[in-house]
Design a protein around this ligand. Structure first.
Ligand code: N01
Length: 550
């Protein structure tokens, strides 16, 4: 196929590449692969020193998938699926990073990847219909199409605690973990935050540190991940069943293998209900959301019964009743926030070197050179770990210095929250795509994000086949999709206390950042776009600006 680059567009200099992908996470690597496979010239710029995206930066001890490894991995190549034997049902970060490096090597992608290139400016040039990018290392490039695969959990959030910069010890954020190991041996360690990252790292630090103090503002409904090694028989089954697994994952509403249950909690008498709750407690990862009683997320009574079951489990595990009560959420239902899945988390609080500070009782007042001061005094530390989350959804895109048509900045266009079509494009920013960004997913991310990458690539091929080189979503389509997201948000089981509404970041607009229509809506809308010849988009030739009436 003829790449777009180098064709005459009536401007002095053709873009350096057809497709510039930003971000070497699971989505960006796949986008690079698909663009090259489709015959476009393509490069990928990545801020980090290696590939992996989330799975490069979040290399803290205990970081692992909580979707099954083989459901999170790529499905585009049967050979790749069959030749990679995951060690565990929920792989740990080092194995995930090895896998992603293997994919890059196996498909000869590395020569297209520029590491250490954090994009600081991306400007659309209207006459030429191209994007010009600048990176923090001084590199510049231009591209016909810009695909920002910058992820939703890629901007770590540090709360503005007074004196934060005064702390004189070591300080690490889980989402910016160093590539050299952190030695906790014999150290006095604080962890701030008990979301999915905090509850993964806490048990591991407790094994090494002289003392570990956990600063918890809000407890979560944590349930066991129930991880384990993949046996040889399971491995053989997975490899033999690639087609069947792929079929289920390609069509699953939330991208999981888990199947929905067919009973409500009210269908079972108390003893059977308790037995089912026990079965859920022992089931792997997200089956506790997907395969639970059909009413558990929607009915207050059913939800409260499940929460009481979890609370009893916590009281049974944690020996100090006062600590157990502090670890039991009182302010939200199960599923109102994204539930973390844990391995040995509650058990950690039985260790003599571990203590819990409830920030609702004793808020942080200040950080000093020596440690953390709360309402009841100062505790001194050698290491502080920030497990305080991310500027979810829009954080990375809004920090990339994106300027679209007529000098419109993305920050201006999204000042009241993201406006997208399919979670892929936004009006006023031709030839910019952001698969895996806001409004993209609500489940097992790589499955949704892969769908989006496929659509982006099909769109580029559609343009090329018809002689177009510019594509921009119509404002009406953007309004329609964004309104659908907002309507769905009002019915979401996630509450406004969830960071999915951006409420963890002071000053951020309170807007739903997931795809509230789920995968079925994404599929339906993509089908509609294709069936009606891309009417939702304005297609153009930059040389003569003639537009598609299609
Ligand atoms: O971040 P979070 P995370 N003072 O926002 C606390 C994915 N992930 O990195 O709840 C004190 O969930 C905050 O307290 P509160 C997954 O999608 C996946 O843990 O706001 N504390 C909370 O406890 C996950 O949902 C895996 O009251 C403060 C914590 O910091 C997402 O990443 C593993 C504070 C932040 O929790 C984010 O998880 C890890 C303050 N001023 C992560 N500000 C897998 O297993 C915030 N906090 C695949």
């Amino acid at each position: 196929m003829t790449p777009l680059t180098g064709r005459a567009y009536g401007h002095p200099r053709p873009p350096d590449v057809d497709v510039l992908v930003v971000g070497a996470g699971i989505t960006g690597i796949y986008q690079l692969y698909r663009a090259l496979e489709a015959g476009f010239s393509a490069e990928l710029w990545e801020a980090g020193g290696g590939v992996g995206g989330t799975w490069y930066w979040n290399r803290y001890p205990g970081a692992r998938f909580d979707s099954e490894s083989y459901t999170y991995a790529y499905l585009f190549s049967k050979e790749l699926f069959e030749e990679w034997s995951w060690c565990e049902h929920f792989a740990e970060q080092p194995e995930i990073e090895r896998y992603l490096n293997h994919v890059v090597d196996r498909f000869d992608l590395d020569r297209h990847i520029h590491l250490g290139a954090r994009v600081t400016a991306a400007t659309y040039d209207e006459p030429s219909g191209t994007w010009t990018l600048t990176a923090g290392d001084g590199s510049t490039t231009s591209a016909r199409f810009l695909v920002a695969a910058t992820g939703v959990l890629s901007v770590p959030y540090f709360p503005d605690i007074p004196g934060r910069h005064d702390f004189g010890g070591e300080s690490y954020h889980t989402g910016l973990w160093p590539t050299t190991p952190v030695d906790f041996t014999g150290k006095r360690v604080a962890v701030i935050g008990t979301g999915s990252s905090g509850v993964q790292i806490i048990p591991l630090i407790a094994e090494e540190a002289a003392s570990l103090t956990v600063y918890q503002r809000t407890p979560n409904w944590c349930t066991p991940l129930n991880n384990g090694p993949i046996t040889a028989a399971e491995q053989a089954h997975l490899q033999a069943e690639f087609e069947a697994i792929k079929e289920i994952l390609d069509t699953s509403p939330a991208g999981f293998l888990h199947q929905p249950h067919d009973r409500a909690s009210t269908d079972d008498p108390p003893a059977e209900r308790r037995a089912f709750f026990e079965k859920m407690w022992r089931s792997p990862g997200f089956s506790k959301l997907i395969s639970h009683y059909t009413d558990v997320l929607f009915d207050d009574r059913a939800n409260a019964q499940w929460c009481e079951f979890i609370a009893d489990k916590v009281r049974g595990i944690v020996r100090d009743p006062a600590v157990a009560e502090k670890l039991i959420p009182k302010d939200h239902r199960f599923g109102e926030k994204r539930p973390p899945f844990v391995t040995g988390y509650y058990e950690t609080y039985n260790k003599p070197n571990v203590s819990l500070v409830d920030l609702q009782e004793t808020p942080i007042v200040d950080m000093t050179a020596a440690g953390i001061e709360t309402a009841d005094g100062v505790r001194e530390f050698d290491i502080v770990v920030w497990a305080t989350g991310f500027d979810f959804g829009t954080g990375a895109l809004l920090r990339m210095g994106i300027v679209g048509r007529g000098g419109l900045t993305l920050a201006e266009h999204w000042s009241e929250g993201p406006r997208t079509f399919l979670g892929i494009q936004t009006a006023g920013f031709p030839n910019l795509f952001f698969p895996g960004g806001p409004h993209a997913a609500a489940g097992n991310n790589p499955r949704y994000n892969g769908d989006q990458v496929d659509f982006v690539t099909d769109t580029l091929v559609h343009l090329r086949d018809r002689g177009y080189d510019s594509v921009e979503v119509e404002p009406t389509a953007e309004q329609r999709w964004t309104a659908m997201i907002d309507r769905g948000a009002a019915k979401s089981t996630f509450g406004e206390i969830s960071y999915y509404f951006g409420t963890n970041i002071p000053g951020k607009p309170k807007k739903y950042l997931l795809n509230s229509g789920g995968r079925p809506k994404l599929f339906a809308m993509i089908d509609e776009v294709v069936a009606n010849g891309y009417k939702a988009f304005r297609l153009a030739r930059s040389a003569d600006s003639s537009t598609s009436s299609a």
